[in-house]
Ligand binder design. Structure first.
Ligand code: ZN
Length: 246
């Protein structure tokens, strides 16, 4: 068995058997990997470090003939515990993890996406940002990084510069002639927010002001854009929205 070291964050956990836990870890070096943590309920420290959103240095044992590794140790750098105490933030983190997994898949390293994910989790845990702002910004950045950057300045269909609305299916702004069934109306403020997030440096992605109304419309746009482009729904999004309405 080979030993593998990686820095990463746990994006999914599920308990099984006699106190074991299956972990999905988004690592810098290997992308998203799966690993089993045995006997997590026996020791408190092991249980705490094998939790959802635990960020740290992982040591794995790797079997040559198996995809799933075994956790040897986890050296925690941050547990983001304040998120787990807030049901809205926790529900949002589960959804953000789901869309990340869906887009990236297994064993596909993407350092840029990992850092955007971690910045979003950090903002949820420690910064006084609107959760809806963190959600929509991550959704759009994820799509931009994952190869679904929307066309902003020219029609996604014909290339004309006279764009007027956002077409969710065609993948960006479109002109009046090209607009299809999945149009979202635009105004200047919504367009500026869309442009800012798409084109801003990752570390400045939350550094803009937008009112509640713009954030609401932007959230509708980005979540529907993901759902249509990836052709699936996310139950964790429905759960998050139910928590948000409480
Ligand atoms: Zn057009």
């Amino acid at each position: 068995m080979a030993e593998v070291r990686a820095r990463g964050v746990i994006i999914k956990q599920s308990d099984y058997g006699e106190g074991h836990r299956m972990l999905t870890v988004f690592t810098e070096e290997y992308g998203i990997v799966k690993a089993v943590s045995y006997g997590v309920k026996k020791t408190k420290s092991k249980s705490a470090s094998s939790q959802f959103l635990c960020y740290g240095d992982f040591e794995f044992f790797k079997n040559t003939n198996k995809d799933i590794m075994t956790i040897k140790s986890i050296d925690t750098l941050d547990g983001f515990f304040s998120i787990c105490e807030d049901i809205k933030k926790l529900a949002l983190s589960v959804y953000l993890s789901d869309i990340t997994y869906e887009l990236l898949g297994m064993n596909n390293p993407d350092s840029r996406l990992l850092h955007v994910f971690l910045n979003s989790i950090y903002a949820l845990a420690y910064k006084n940002e609107d959760v809806q702002k963190i959600k929509t910004v991550y959704e759009l950045k994820l799509m931009c990084i994952g190869g679904y950057m929307p066309s902003i300045h020219s029609c996604a269909s014909c290339g004309s510069g006279a764009v007027s609305a956002f077409d969710l299916l065609k993948g960006g702004m479109v002109c009046r002639q090209c607009g299809g069934k999945y149009l979202i109306n635009m105004d200047k403020n919504l367009f500026m927010a869309l442009q800012y997030i798409s084109e801003s440096e990752d570390k400045r992605m939350l550094s803009f002001n937008a009112g509640t109304d713009i954030l609401k419309r932007l959230n509708t746009l980005t979540e529907q854009y993901i759902s249509l482009q990836l052709d699936r729904n996310f139950p964790s999004l429905d759960y998050y929205k139910a928590m948000l309405d409480m």
